[in-house]
Design a protein around this ligand. Structure first.
Ligand SMILES: [Zn+2]
Length: 310
């Protein structure tokens, strides 16, 4: 079954590993080419992620560096097709894999809308406003939940709406989420789970999940063990992960769910789900709780339908 995954940090791995690595051949990359092929990936979102240790002044250059790596390593593979318009998803041939750029947090742009536009013109299709900490746009998931979108953040949202960009709320704090939702034209949680099932600040409350879907948004379930089971690092199972899919499906409808692995950005993995090539095992586990048609929707169809409606 072809899959579309909404979040991985392989560009960060390519950028930050001490020993240079190769996207095509390195099977230790959870979302490297070897594992994407094994997964029968239809499309993969590649996040530009700026590590908090990078000095503020160097963050924009780091974002450009990761775009350069996306071009030099990912798009250099003849099978990889850069998705700059969503209609391209429906024209991919067997063996081709769509490559989509996202920005995980606006830390790289400072308070400069021109920098944001440069990244959008390079092909960024989804933008998260924050990672876990404050920036010029908003406050992150690990911060004071009462502080929301800044005035500059409102300009950023308006710009993203103009460009028909999907606004990713996965890392926003509570107030930021509620500020952004009514303003956003296209909204998604690219890698978040259900907070009722696992109490974690990165997961969505029932109210958030419901409001997000009422606003036209989708939720892509994430495979990071601490977001699946409270205090869960070891022995988190596929069944534990399936519980989030089932809970969210009952809450908002299975047709609004998708995959958001977070591979190459997570320190621990779910048993039998160690890289994107293991996705078929997740799809098999989902069969306990969903029909084949519902699983095809989760795997790729729901997201394809979501972007077709733009
Ligand atoms: Zn993340």
């Amino acid at each position: 079954m072809r899959i579309i995954d909404l979040h991985c940090d392989v560009l960060y791995q390519l950028s930050s590993r001490e020993q240079p690595t190769d996207f095509r051949t390195d099977d230790t990359l959870q979302c490297g080419f070897v594992n994407l092929q094994k997964a029968q990936a239809k499309a993969q979102v590649f996040a530009i992620f700026i590590d908090e240790v990078i000095p503020v002044k160097e963050r924009y250059m780091e974002a450009l560096r990761q775009i350069e790596l996306f071009q030099a390593q990912v798009l250099a593979q003849p099978e990889m097709v850069h998705i700059t318009e969503w209609q391209q998803l429906s024209t991919l041939e067997d063996g081709q894999i769509g490559a989509i750029l996202s920005l995980e947090g606006c830390d790289a742009i400072g308070a400069d809308l021109h920098k944001l536009k440069t990244l959008l013109n390079a092909g960024v299709k989804l933008v998260g406003l924050t990672w876990n900490y404050e920036n010029a746009v908003a406050f992150g998931a690990q911060e004071d939940p009462t502080k929301g979108l800044t005035d500059f953040g409102k300009e950023v949202v308006a710009c993203l709406n103009d460009y028909d960009i999907i606004i990713d709320v996965s890392h926003l704090n509570m107030q930021g989420f509620w500020d952004v939702l009514p303003l956003a034209k296209h909204v998604i949680a690219s890698h978040s789970n259900a907070r009722t099932v696992c109490e974690h600040v990165r997961n969505l409350t029932d109210e958030q999940a419901t409001a997000l879907v009422e606003h036209g948004g989708h939720i892509h379930v994430v495979y990071n063990p601490p977001f699946i089971v409270e205090d869960g690092l070891a022995d988190v199972t596929l069944d534990d992960l399936v519980k989030h899919f089932r809970y969210l499906a009952d809450l908002v409808g299975v047709e609004h769910l998708g995959l958001g692995s977070d591979f190459d950005g997570i320190e621990h993995t779910v048993n039998n789900l160690h890289h994107i090539g293991d996705t078929p095992q997740l799809l098999t586990a989902l069969a306990q709780a969903f029909t084949a048609e519902e699983i095809e929707g989760i795997a790729a169809g729901n997201f394809e339908r979501y972007v077709q409606a733009f």
